[in-house]
Design a protein around this ligand. Structure first.
Ligand SMILES: Nc1ncnc2c1ncn2[C@@H]1O[C@H](COP(=O)(O)OP(=O)(O)OP(=O)(O)O)[C@@H](O)[C@H]1O
Length: 462
């Protein structure tokens, strides 16, 4: 109808609103603020002329629940620093990309305690409070799903949920003993050091899914917790492209205190193949050497001993050395061998670092190899049939693929071990009455092509 207000799609601004000034069959002419556009009637949407200036705190209150209406509402709330909005029982968070500490302080937590969902402004504390109340009142375990695009703010929202649950179910612990909730929150830096990396969208992107299970006793007090992780992105260990980085721990270790860098025979990260495939080495807002110290401290807090920490970083360094082993043609047909002295040095160092004195550590024995065995495992493949064992030499390309597969599997085992270790340190309550699970699932990304860049089909690449 002429004079009605509509939304029409726009290639630059996604949606433009304006007034219909002409109708020609299937097409309408719309006068927008900056320009007049012609659009198909079928791809235009009605606009609510009475839409409140500051938007609505629950999308279900919108006169029209369509894409331009939802986006307009989120935008005007965002402009007023209102980053949270409900859609019924679902909370939508828009990443503010700036700290808003007044939204999360203790007074705010107190305000949300016991308030019904929808009574106060939309907030992760309200969602956590509602889950906690339902668990107590109905005696049923609860789950909160946090989902969204990479960089949307899932991990930050998860931390807020955890903080609130810790506030509600926390015990008064003595100064010497750390509470379960403290340990869960303090395990974050360790998991982030080994499971997060810079991606195009997020400088601290979680490259794994995480399910945190908070266990409660009959009285609603936290009695234990467990962290389960899923689908660590293994391919990143060997392949990074501009402007992304590998896992933070590799850069941290290269920037560690001098004695550690010397002990692990490291140096400039640009000299390592697994790091220098991307030009992005340093990050503006992240000091790798400070992060190294902070990670070590966080490891102390979650109960990883000095000896275990050394074992962990030896494996990290060994992976970097392994990545620098290049192969050339060997003497036999289709065989391979380390390319030169430099490759031999890295192979030897990787083998040395992989061998540890695992006396008191219960870390799984990843390797117990000398240089020769490591070389053989990379340059040859062993097939075991019912009657015999066949050893086949691998050409340089295949040897490089075995090297990468080994690096990936070792790294993912190391990550699993760390998670296990954190769980032991936090302590689980097998007798717990109920639990609240928070699932922070891997942010999805949309690429033109989604595939493994090596083209190999090794399971370790998946
Ligand atoms: N509520 C918030 N307040 C302030 N900054 C935020 C908030 N949410 C997100 N950010 C900022 O955005 C960055 C990315 O957020 P976050 O790591 O939570 O995203 P994500 O959805 O978990 O991404 P990925 O799936 O890649 O791990 C954070 O490092 C932080 O700088």
């Amino acid at each position: 109808m002429i004079g009605s207000h509509v939304w029409v799609e726009d290639p630059d601004d996604a949606w433009l609103d304006g007034e219909v000034i002409e109708i020609n069959g299937e097409e309408i002419k719309v006068k927008c603020t900056a320009k007049t556009v012609v659009a198909k009637t079928s791809s235009s949407y009605p606009k609510d002329p009475e839409f409140p200036e500051c938007g609505v705190d629950d999308m279900t209150k919108l006169a029209y629940l369509h894409e331009p209406g939802v986006l307009q509402n989120l935008k005007c709330r965002y402009d007023a620093n209102e980053i949270y909005t409900y859609t019924g029982g679902i909370l939508i968070a828009v990443n503010p990309f700036k700290r808003l500490p007044h939204l999360y302080d203790i007074q705010v937590m107190q305000k949300y305690k016991g308030a019904a969902l929808g009574e106060l402004s939309p907030h992760p504390f309200a969602v956590a409070d509602s889950a906690y109340r339902q668990m107590i009142n109905e005696g049923i375990s609860q789950a909160i799903l946090v989902s969204g695009e990479s960089g949307a703010g899932k991990t930050e929202s998860t931390k807020m949920l955890m903080r609130y649950l810790a506030y509600m179910g926390g015990r008064v612990s003595n100064a010497e003993e750390r509470s379960v909730e403290q340990k869960v929150l303090e395990s974050n830096p360790v998991l982030e050091a080994f499971g997060n990396a810079k991606t195009v969208r997020n400088n601290n992107s979680s490259r794994f899914g995480k399910f945190v299970e908070i266990q409660f006793d009959q009285r609603g007090r936290i009695s234990g917790a467990a962290i389960r992780t899923y689908l660590l992105e293994r391919s990143r260990v060997c392949q990074v492209s501009d402007p992304e980085r590998n896992y933070h721990c590799f850069y941290m270790l290269c920037s560690a205190r001098k004695e550690d860098v010397e002990k692990y025979k490291l140096g400039n990260p640009r000299t390592f193949h697994y790091l220098n495939q991307s030009n992005c080495i340093e990050l503006d807002a992240l000091n790798d050497s400070e992060e190294y110290i902070a990670t070590r401290r966080a490891m102390d807090v979650v109960g990883i001993s000095e000896e275990e920490q050394d074992a962990i970083f030896r494996v990290v360094a060994a992976i970097l050395h392994l990545g620098n082993v290049e192969f050339s043609k060997g003497q036999e047909t289709d065989a391979s061998e380390p390319k030169n002295d430099k490759s031999r040095f890295h192979l030897k160092t990787a083998a040395e670092l992989f061998i540890c004195e695992w006396k008191t550590s219960n870390m799984p024995l990843l390797f117990r190899c000398d240089e020769k065995s490591l070389e053989e495992s990379l340059c040859k493949r062993v097939f075991v049939t019912r009657d015999e064992t066949i050893t086949k030499a691998l050409d340089p390309n295949a040897a490089a693929l075995s090297r990468d597969a080994l690096a990936k599997i070792v790294y993912s085992k190391l990550f699993d071990w760390l998670v296990e270790k954190i769980n032991v340190a936090i302590g689980q309550d097998k007798e717990s009455k109920f639990l609240i699970g928070v699932l922070d699932i891997y942010g999805f990304e949309s690429f033109k092509t989604n595939r493994c860049l090596t083209g190999c089909h090794l399971p370790a690449c998946l």
